[in-house]
Design a protein around this ligand. Structure first.
Ligand code: FAD
Length: 398
């Protein structure tokens, strides 16, 4: 096993400083590798092996293309393709089935483990000897017209780094303090329980998204079983997390239905509180937001990281086009191009996931039946299905 190590800081001035080395921050650092643009990545968490994150990620074909270009995809230890998505509404008629034919791609998406992705991206950055500091919690930043500055503890020293552009890829924790950016938040009053599950019926490549009044439940194909993302109210989620394996599996079976027969094995369970949170605008003086710092979405339809990777790609492309005149990096013109480039895709992703959750997570018979009707109509209209499938895979383009 490769030893994790943090590359040293080579200077106290960088063209780009990225706060937050989650998958989106790391993607931006990889996009800028070998470009001649100096980049520093600062990550608060310890090294990857010390902080495993259990969430499964459904990555769209478009994200695979990005990760391939970054030299990450081929190194991922496990990527389970999704060839069919079965979408239904519990207790109501109506369902739709999306297949690879609807989107003309080899797979609608791939299930990847967050921890594997984190570790693989980290190792790829190490191969490029990127300036990456782990265990650095940035607590202070300052901005002026011509530069940004971050401060943090580096060993026993207090460090100050000046930069042309400060990128917040921190999930929004520190970005909250930026003066002229405001966050809108909606607490869904839902938690997602994630776990690895095995079922009596084994299937390859089929993902299930089932809407229920307490929230959606997704079973994503993963190796020889499934990755579960089960949304419940916070109170019920806490009770479900406390159940032993046998009771948990019986409850899951009664909730999901008999499509896969009995569930036979459950791995460790973890819970994530869910809310919608998005920034307006996503840039400020010498500042750009990407990934969850720009928008944190409900995991329904697996859009969050896919959108975040497209943010990183969009910002990286704008930075790289400034390469002929490095003074352009971080200017209002460059930042406004990034903002405009991401506007439609980001709004569409947010409105799509938020509407799905609000429409389908309710007990009103009329609304539930109308949603069921909508799913059936979608199933009968191939052009609309193709539109939805391609939107989910590639996002909305300007
Ligand atoms: C249960 C669940 C299931 C999901 N499933 C999917 C899915 O199927 N498909 C999909 O596309 N998305 C999915 N998502 C969403 C996806 O996980 C996020 O969109 C993605 O992780 C965002 O990546 P990020 O790098 O922007 O932020 P994060 O992953 O939150 O990383 C932010 C990083 O910033 C660091 N940081 C924070 N503050 C500081 C600071 N002050 N200084 C330095 N570093 C800091 C943190 O340590 C962290 O490593 C899911 C989310 C959940 C909760």
């Amino acid at each position: 096993m490769k030893a994790y190590q943090t590359n040293a800081m080579t200077t106290d001035y960088y063209d780009i400083t990225i706060i937050g080395g989650g998958p989106v921050g790391m993607a931006l650092a990889l996009i800028l590798r070998n470009s001649g643009i100096s980049t520093l990545l600062l990550e608060a968490r310890g090294l990857p092996k010390q902080a495993p994150d259990p969430r499964p990620l459904a990555l769209a074909h478009g994200s695979r293309l990005i990760l391939q270009r970054l030299g990450v995809w081929e190194k991922l230890p496990d990527t389970t393709p999704i060839t069919t998505i079965h979408i239904s509404n519990r207790g109501c008629f109506g369902r739709t089935i999306l297949t690879t034919r609807d989107a003309a791609v080899p797979a609608l998406g791939y299930v990847v483990n967050y921890h594997d992705l984190f570790r693989t991206m980290y190792e790829t950055l190490q191969d490029y000897q990127a300036d990456y500091l782990a265990g650095i919690n940035v607590t202070h930043f300052e901005i002026s017209d011509d530069r940004g500055q971050v401060q943090f503890h580096y060993g026993k020293e207090e460090k100050k780094v000046n930069t042309k552009l400060l990128v917040f890829a921190d999930g929004g924790r520190l970005a909250e303090r930026i003066e002229d950016i405001s966050y809108s938040t909606h607490d869904y009053q839902q938690w997602a329980i994630v776990a690895n599950i095995k079922a009596k019926t084994s299937q390859s490549g089929v993902a299930y998204e089932r809407f229920t009044p307490s929230g959606p439940i997704a079973l994503l194909p993963s190796e020889d079983g499934f990755s579960l993302v089960w949304t419940l109210t916070p109170l019920v989620a806490k009770e479900v997390l406390a159940l032993d394996d046998a009771k948990f599996l019986t409850l899951l079976h009664s909730h999901f239905g008999d499509r896969l027969g009995e569930f036979t094995q459950a791995g460790k369970r973890s819970g994530f509180p869910l809310s919608l949170r998005y920034a307006t605008p996503i840039t400020s003086r010498r500042i750009a937001l990407i990934g969850n710092a720009a928008q944190t979405l409900h995991p329904v339809a697996g859009q969050g990281l896919n959108l975040g990777l497209r943010d990183a790609w969009g910002l990286g492309s704008e930075i790289l086009t400034s390469i002929t005149d490095m003074n352009e990096i971080g200017t209002p013109i460059m930042l406004s191009k990034y903002r405009q480039r991401r506007q439609i895709d980001s709004n569409a992703g947010r409105i799509f996931t938020d509407s799905l959750v609000k429409l389908f997570s309710n007990n009103h018979a009329l609304i539930r039946n109308t949603c069921g009707l909508g799913l059936s109509a979608l199933d009968c209209l191939p052009p609309l299905k193709q539109f939805v499938a391609r939107r989910m895979i590639f996002g909305a383009r300007n």
